[in-house]
Each structure stands twice: as structure tokens, then as C-alpha cells.
Design a protein around this ligand. Sequence first.
Ligand SMILES: Nc1ncnc2c1ncn2[C@@H]1O[C@H](COP(=O)(O)OP(=O)(O)OP(=O)(O)O)[C@@H](O)[C@H]1O
Length: 288
Amino acid sequence: MEIVIQQLTKSFGAKKALDAVNLHIREGMFGLLGPNGAGKTSLMRIMATLLPKSAGHVQICGVPIEEKMKIRGMVGYLPQDFSVYPSFSVAEAMDYLAILSGMSDRKARIEKIDFLLDKVNLTPQRKTKIRALSGGMKRRLGIAQAILHDPRVLIVDEPTAGLDPEERIRFRNLLRDFSEGRIVILSTHIVEDIEFTCESLAVLKRGQLLYEGKVKGLLDHAQGRVWTVTIGRSQLDEVRAVYPILSTVSEGEGIRIRLLSDERPFTHAQPIEPSIEDAYMKLMGGGA
Ligand SMILES: Nc1ncnc2c1ncn2[C@@H]1O[C@H](COP(=O)(O)OP(=O)(O)OP(=O)(O)O)[C@@H](O)[C@H]1O
């Protein structure tokens, strides 16, 4: 099971949302990381056959993306702005979406919906109106509808934005469970989401692929280049003008900073192990 993307380009007029992107995505959880406008949504919508590509090739489990109906049978998609009729109850919305996806047998539909609501932990909310659900519950309902047809590939666009920490962890675990024997692609600009769920990732910036590989391999980009040092408060602007600063913490009279530098920036600066977030900032070419 794999997704092969070759020289994929998407142009909107003169703007290239994706610029000759090559990617190889295998079974398990795969992260798509990048700042706003990186091209993540465009890439996901192309894979879900909702947006035509401008050039290049995409194959999902050996099927070219042009075979829309076959691809749609294999792919489940949860868009960033997923919504359903607010006056429907959870069960009514699922039933409606199941009918739309071609499940005509009522008994089979009910069984499937019960199974899925249990899987996403929404059984107690069966009769709750959509408008009364929390953001996290809506997102979990979004997953339930995206997997109604048992897709081999699940694509979720920025699913954890705006969720509280508990709901975020629950949601990540749900995706991880579902990724057994499948491909789950998760786009986010939150590094932590990727760190705790994905084995591999791609980093995009302005339509270009900056990194593809294991999450751990990303750390190599920052190894030996993250330093910590305590400076006087008045020095902060001066230091910031020279080095990308990753974080600052007040410490007595001074301020402890983490910064990026290829060489030891001050004699009393100490090298520290980079985090994935540090490595991402390094790759993006800057700091906070
Ligand atoms: N329909 C469109 N028409 C014109 N430009 C577009 C269109 N859709 C996307 N773009 C542009 O393409 C680029 C990539 O957008 P895309 O939404 O794919 O990025 P993203 O990484 O998902 O960003 P975000 O996290 O903000 O959704 C952006 O510069 C965006 O403005």
C-alpha cells in the first residue's frame, strides 16, 4: 500500500501552490507540516480528487488519480471546514451521509453507524444536535463520516486546530488506531501533533518540499546548532538581530534564551539537544 507523487504541480494563475513535489507515502501515519500557504490543503484536495492538478502524477495503491470514482472509494477525507446541518442529530447526520455514500440497506447502515460512533466515542451524543457539539466532538464526527466506506487512505486537514489538550490527545490516538494497516495523512502546522503520532513526514514551504523522511531524521538538521545562554534583558534586541531565537524564559535579573547558530554564539553558551520544533524552525530558516 503506497501513494506515489511525482513532479506534482498546482498553479493558480501565476502562483504555484505546489511546485514539482515528489513524495512516497507508505502504510502508517504520515505528517504534512508547513506554515500557512505551504500547499498542504492543495496537495490533500488533489489526492481526494477534489482539485485538479496542473502537472505531474499521483497514484494511490497503483491507481492513477484520474480514475476518480476508484480513488474516491479508497480515500476518506476530512476537510478543515467540515460541517453538516446543525439541526440534525449526530445519528441523523451520519445516516444522511451514509445514504449519500450509497449505503441503501437501512439495517446495515444502522449497524455501521453504531459501530463508528462507538469507535470515535460519540455514542452518548447519538441524539445530540450538531450545533450543540464541542469542536472536538465535531472533528470526531468528521472522522466517523470520512471512514464510513472503510477507506484504505484517510486524509485529515488540520484536525487539531482549536482543540483543548485533552481532546487533541484523544483525537491523535483515534487516528493512530485507525492507521493500522492503512495510510493516514495528517496535515498540521503544530509540530507536536506530528512528533507524537507520525513515523514519517514531509515539510512544505511555499509549494516546495523541504524535507521528506523519518521524524527523527529531521533532528539532524538542528544537531549541534541549538544553544542556550542567559543574557541581560537589555541585550535581547541586540542578540535577536543576529540569531534566530527559539524561546525565552525569565531567569532572575536575566533571561534564558534558546537560539540557533551554526557555531558557538557566545563563550558561555551551552549546546543542547534539539527538539523537533527546533529542527523545524531551523528548516524554515528562522526562529520565533
Ligand atoms: N483557489 C485558489 N485560488 C488562488 N490561490 C489559491 C487557491 N487555493 C490556494 N491558493 C494559494 O495557494 C497557496 C497554497 O495554499 P494551500 O491552502 O494549499 O496551503 P496550506 O498549506 O494548506 O495553507 P493553510 O494552512 O493556510 O490552509 C497559498 O498561497 C494560497 O493563497
